[in-house]
Design a protein around this ligand. Structure first.
Ligand code: GLA
Length: 354
């Protein structure tokens, strides 16, 4: 078998305002091609075949590194230290109060304005016997964005011969701190970022979701999806009930909610089928929750790849995660990493056709 490193190519992507060069790492395996950059640890392209074998890029992104520097929608980025929201940017841990920058109305979102999506991760080819991969490393110092503890974050992206993108997250810390890492790719399985994603058919392996208040912070309860527009236990078009008269849809302007994934361990969380192209995306994860975000805040103002300006709902995110605001929600699975422990999670994006 060919050495995996040979499937990894490195091409120039651009220069940051600080003068640092950023390369794109091109991974190829199983008929899929992924491009990863160190800036934000972002996936900048993901090319997968449709049912006729025609390959198209199914993620939103920008053409150059400046796009990622200016971007506000976290397109394709790694998110940390804490994916999703923390109420008021405050939490208590071991009797101490911590204040984080507030960057989403009254709340802290996605690790803060200079979260891991703004870091220049170190990238090197991954030594793997199967497929092709890269290993990314980012060291976040004590006090970074208000969080305690020096955190070492490590993420591996690996494409397998079966056309799966495997993302492995690891972190450790020298003090207790919240950690919740995810991947913020926006998918559009048509391959056309100018089209909306409302016809995509979604299945979620979730019987319950976490309703939110007016600022999108969980109320603390988990509510059954049965009988609501949040019921995706059978495949349903994303757009089918998105305009329904439901207070939770009104609060978020569509879907922007954490679903409680049934079961534990690495299991199927979501499956999306795009009827036109036949493309299928399955998301498997070890995380307890997944944020399904229907791209409600995309507004066509950002210049995306090839000049396209993705508008409202022209991409959707499925962000495996611990539940939002867990540091303030004792009933939710804990997202606290303590010294001597290793944070570890895996997500697998499996592509196919139907
Ligand atoms: C997450 C949030 C959304 C939005 C996007 C980024 O998915 O839940 O509300 O902030 O990130 O625009």
């Amino acid at each position: 078998m060919a050495a995996a490193k040979e499937e990894v190519q490195r091409v120039p992507f651009g220069r940051l305002p600080t003068g640092e060069e950023v390369d794109a790492w091109v991974l190829r395996a199983g008929g899929v091609e992924a491009r990863v950059v160190g800036y934000g640890g972002a996936i900048v392209a993901l090319r997968v075949p449709d049912r006729e074998g025609r390959v198209a890029d199914v993620v939103l992104g920008y053409d150059d590194v400046q796009g990622y520097v200016d971007g506000r929608a976290y397109l394709g980025a790694l998110i940390g230290r804490y994916a999703n929201r923390i109420r008021g940017g405050c939490f208590r841990l071991d009797g101490r109060e911590y204040a984080l920058p507030v960057n989403d109305g009254p709340n802290h979102l996605h690790g803060g304005p200079l979260g891991f999506h703004r870091a220049l991760w170190r990238v090197e080819p991954l030594d793997t016997t199967e497929g092709a991969g890269v290993a990314l490393a980012h060291d976040s110092p004590n006090g970074d964005q208000g969080y305690p503890g020096a955190v070492r974050a490590r993420v591996a992206y690996r494409l397998t011969a079966r056309g799966e993108l495997v993302v492995d997250y690891r972190a450790d810390s020298d003090r207790p701190t919240p950690v919740n890492l995810t991947q913020h790719s926006y998918f559009n399985l048509t391959g056309d970022p100018a089209r909306d994603i409302l016809d995509h058919r979604l299945r979620l392996e979730a019987d319950r979701f976490t309703p939110v208040d007016a600022t999108l912070i969980p109320t603390g309860e988990t509510a059954p999806v049965a009988g609501t527009p949040f019921d995706f236990r059978e495949p349903a078009a994303i757009g089918g009930r998105i305009g329904a008269d439901h207070p939770q849809l009104a609060r978020a302007g569509g879907y922007d909610h954490n679903f409680v994934i049934r079961g534990g361990g690495l299991r199927l969380a979501a499956r999306v089928h795009e009827p036109g192209s036949g493309r299928v995306l399955e998301v498997h994860t070890t995380e307890p929750g997944i944020q399904f975000y229907s791209g409600n805040f995309l507004d066509g103002t950002e210049r995306g790849k090839g000049g396209a300006r993705p508008g409202r709902r022209c991409g959707f995110c499925l962000e495996p995660q611990h539940f939002p605001d867990s540091p303030n929600q004792p009933a939710f699975p804990s997202a606290i990493l303590r010294p001597g422990e290793t944070y570890s999670s895996r997500t697998v994006y499996r592509f196919g056709v139907e």
